[in-house]
Design a protein around this ligand. Sequence first.
Ligand SMILES: Cc1ncc(C[n+]2csc(CCOP(=O)(O)OP(=O)(O)O)c2C)c(N)n1
Ligand SMILES: [Mg+2]
Length: 274
Amino acid sequence: MAEKYIRKKALPLIFCPGCGDGTVLNIFLRAIDEMGIFKDLALVSGIGCSGWLPTYLQADVLHVLHGRAIPFATGLKLTDPRRKVVVFTGDGDCLGIGGNHFIHGARRNIDLTVIMMNNGIYGMTGGQAAPTTPLHSRTQTSPYGNIEFPFDACELARAAGATYVARWTTAHPRQFLQAIKEGMEHAGFSFLEVFSQCPTQAGRYMEGTSDPGELLALYKKRAISVEQARKAPDQDLSGRIIVGRIYHSPEKKEFSKSLYESFPAQATNNRHHP
Ligand SMILES: Cc1ncc(C[n+]2csc(CCOP(=O)(O)OP(=O)(O)O)c2C)c(N)n1
Ligand SMILES: [Mg+2]
């Protein structure tokens, strides 16, 4: 897989040993290999450890400003609607600085697949609290415990208008692979959240361990399927990670389709338009 798709000149990876983002890269490669769509891909990412992920692939990649991957991806998709556009982002990049772009991308239901690696922290910049950092967690900017409530990124995506929403962790590689395929096949805004362990920052400070194996075991222990979660009382869900396909609605019209239908001359003039 690596021989086929990895941009060797870009190696070594910047990821720390045991970082979950390497697993995400591995699973993504398997998904696109099984789908046979490598030549149609365009990958866009923001800033953070997670933002480096697509730069290691021999594909067309835009590595852009912090929080601005979705606007760049929107422009790209509208210019060349045949492309399978995938956004790689972190929890800080997507929900902090890029939060407004995220909700508006979801609202428009533009055909992008957004893969958000959630490590619960700003990993690259040294472990500051993120919009996903759990309440009471200790980080470099919350040494006495985080007093802010975290976002539930999947609920936010769904409320904003995303039409495919799923959450998995790096301890669920097969299920996440399936979700990537479903998300990419879905014609609309698909949001895939993946809990991805950060041994160096989040593990050390928030979980009290930088052992990747222990962090994966924690994900397994905390995971609860969306079907089970729906039956469980709220107090049983505290600290749990709800995994599975959370929402899927194929009915809502996709944005680039609406745009080209409203302005047919643009479609005629666009040499990339199907
Ligand atoms: C405009 C701007 N503000 C701040 C930064 C500094 N910065 C770089 S990465 C980052 C946080 C990234 O966190 P996240 O998206 O969770 O990615 P991770 O490193 O955890 O994968 C910040 C604040 C920046 N590069 N640009
Ligand atoms: Mg992060």
